[in-house]
Structure formats: C-alpha cells, structure tokens
Design a protein around this ligand. Structure first.
Ligand code: SF4
Ligand code: SF4
Length: 133
C-alpha cells in the first residue's frame, strides 16, 4: 500500500516521548517497508506499520488517532526482520501509552455490554489491559 503522508498536527514532543517510552531510536527507520510486508495485521490497519514509524518520526499527532497502533498485536514479526534493529512493537506500545496516559481509552466498556456477555473472561481482561488505562 502506498500512502501520501501529510503532516497535520506536528508536535515536536511526540517523537521525543515515543522514543523515551519505547527505548527505540525511531529516527533510525529508513522506510524500507519490510515491517509492513511482515505484518499479519497490516491489512486490517488504517495505516501501515512503516507509516506508524514515519508519522512518529515527523511528530505528527495523526498517528495517535489511527487504528493501526491499537491493532499491532506485538507479534514481533517486524522486529526480527527490521534491518535497522527497531522494535516497532515497542513503538506502537509507546504510542498507545501516550493515549492511555491522557485517559483516552480505545475500548469503552459501556459500549461492549452485549459482546461482553459472550466473550471469555480472559479475553475481556486482556482487552482491558491493552485498550484502557
Ligand atoms: S522494517 Fe524497520 S527500517 Fe524498515 S520501515 Fe519498518 S521500522 Fe523502518
Ligand atoms: S509487532 Fe505489530 S506491527 Fe510488527 S508485525 Fe506484529 S502486529 Fe505488525
């Protein structure tokens, strides 16, 4: 998938914060796209894993509003293939943390009432841990 990246809401602190939380050197990403082609979740994401990296490098807060950062399953397929040794799963986790620390949950438990009754408890607990602060 080819995407045109347009900077909407630049925040110079976003790159610094994501780098601090993830412990990754995000600026090392060379946009090779190997993470995207390795990712089992890419088709369901609204932007590619490589684009997650690019928007973060640019400090564009648009990345915080994407579905992709929440759909990353931390499977590490990209991590083991990245030629720059970047752990993208940690970057996605850092971006989720930035949202959650602002009390901006991805999952609204109130909206889940019917589904919650059918889901196994362990799935709900896992979802709450990942998607809510
Ligand atoms: S594989 Fe690594 S260097 Fe290539 S686009 Fe993904 S994060 Fe960047
Ligand atoms: S860790 Fe996340 S971004 Fe990387 S391949 Fe797995 S699901 Fe995709």
């Amino acid at each position: 998938m080819t995407e045109t990246i347009i900077i909407k809401d630049r925040n110079i602190d976003l790159l610094r914060l994501a780098s601090e939380i993830s412990g990754e050197v995000i600026t090392l990403c060379e946009q090779c796209g190997i993470c995207t082609t390795s990712c089992p979740m890419a088709e369901d994401m609204d932007i590619t894993p490589a684009s997650i990296m690019r928007y973060t490098q640019l400090g564009d807060e648009f990345v915080l509003e994407t579905r992709a950062i929440w759909y990353c399953a931390s499977c590490f397929s990209c991590t083991v293939r990245c030629p720059r040794g970047i752990d993208l799963a940690k970057v996605a986790e850092a971006l989720r943390q930035i949202k959650l620390r602002k009390n901006q949950d991805y999952l609204k438990i109130d909206e889940l009432k019917e589904e919650a009754e059918e889901l196994p408890a362990i799935a709900l607990v896992s979802a709450m841990r990942k998607y809510t602060g």
